[in-house]
Design a protein. Sequence first.
Length: 111
Amino acid sequence: MLKHNSVTHVDHVDLDEVVIQACMEHFSMRPWEDDRVNLHIADGAKFLKEAPDEFYDVIIQDSSDPDYVDENGNTVLLPASVLFSIEHFANAYRALKKDGIFSLEVSAQYL
């Protein structure tokens, strides 16, 4: 998205600083060096809950899976499950401008 001059502000939120460090070490792209990018090492659900109303034009969520099925067939919730809750989606809707776009990356198993 940073290739578009019309983008003036990006809040990149990631819970795991080690992931960001690995990306900085192994990938040639350096989006965090762009003045328009604000990197937040934080809980994404909390960050969005505290976001101002109608602030974002676009929210892109690329998170870990919310759960997995163990060897006994039981569904086990993972920490990222909060990013798939009704409350979280309501916060995304509230934080988006009226004509805003929400993009959610999910594994095929959830479709």
